[in-house]
Ligand binder design. Structure first.
Ligand code: ATP
Length: 271
């Protein structure tokens, strides 16, 4: 089940070096890393560490990656679940999943719990009831609020969540002592895209004379990190299919067309 521990025994091997750009966001979450490593340093002075950190930004910009990197940097387990998994659950299941998740996390503290697409469970209560309602979602949200109130960060559990719809969230989630810290994650600018390409070019075999991160960044205005990762992978597959020994700029151009085509198809389905 998706609500179980991401990877119980092995450490998360993602670090800040894997997260390109997002310098301000990284700086903000450094505090969480430091707390997870030295909780006593903070509690000794009576400081209260935020319980919940909400990462806000468009899809594919590295929110999940950043949360994992916090766990990786701190050397703690990473528990994850996605809000959308709860949408079609039978009555009672969502709430008990949330309970299980927090129980497991408390046993493995210090650790991070990450809830992706929290808006799927965290929509304002009482809204949408006209379209058939969703009591299960409300039960799940209520259980989440209960769990958040029931733990204190001295136990070393920190909740992180991601959304691209902060406007629809139930205000109860944003109250002090819950997700009272918000970090914005934007689509990368030219420099950001160059940095992301640099990370992803490291793991594929490019022809260094023909391909460079800056040129690729210039070719991809508006792209998010997930799309950049995708282009790099597609380019490698195209070059392999052509029996090349390294990846050239033509391969990237084809990959770019393919990824843009895929995005257009996705948009057509949505519109
Ligand atoms: P969603 O909201 O759709 O869940 P997200 O913001 O959580 O998206 P991720 O799942 O973290 O996005 O990103 C998907 C993949 O895209 C990452 O695993 C990584 O390969 C790549 N990626 C995204 N952002 C970055 C970044 N800033 N640096 C390096 N790689 C990135």
């Amino acid at each position: 089940s998706k609500a179980t521990l991401f990877d119980q025994n092995s450490k998360v091997n993602i670090t800040f070096a894997d997260v390109a750009g997002l310098d301000e966001a990284k700086e903000e979450v450094m505090e969480v890393v430091d707390f997870l490593k030295n909780p006593k340093k903070y509690t000794a002075l009576g400081g209260k560490i935020p319980k919940g950190v909400l990462l806000v930004g468009p899809p594919g910009t590295g929110k999940t990656l950043l949360a994992k990197a916090v766990a990786g940097e701190a050397g703690v387990p990473f528990f994850t679940m996605s809000g959308s998994d709860f949408v079609e659950m039978f009555v009672g299941v969502g709430a008990s999943r949330v309970r299980d998740l927090f129980k497991q996390a408390r046993e493995k503290a210090p650790c991070i719990i990450f809830i992706d697409e929290i808006d799927a469970i965290g929509r304002a209560r009482g809204k949408g009831a006209m379209q058939g309602g969703n009591d299960e979602r409300e039960n799940t949200l209520n259980q989440l609020l209960v769990e958040m109130d029931g733990f204190s960060t001295d136990k070393g559990v920190i909740l992180m969540a991601a959304t691209n719809r902060p406007d629809v969230l139930d205000s109860a989630l944003l109250r002090p002592g819950r997700f009272d810290r918000q970090i914005g994650i934007d689509r990368p600018d030219l420099n950001g895209r160059e940095a992301i390409f640099k990370v992803h070019l490291k793991t594929i075999k490019i022809d260094e004379n023909l391909v460079d991160a800056f040129t690729l960044a210039e070719m991809t205005p508006g792209f998010a990190g997930a799309e950049i990762a995708n282009i790099c992978n597609e380019a490698a597959l195209i070059a392999a299919r052509l029996n090349q020994t390294s990846i050239n700029l033509d391969n990237f151009n084809y990959a770019l067309d393919k990824v843009i085509g895929g995005l257009e198809k996705k948009n057509k389905l949505i519109n």
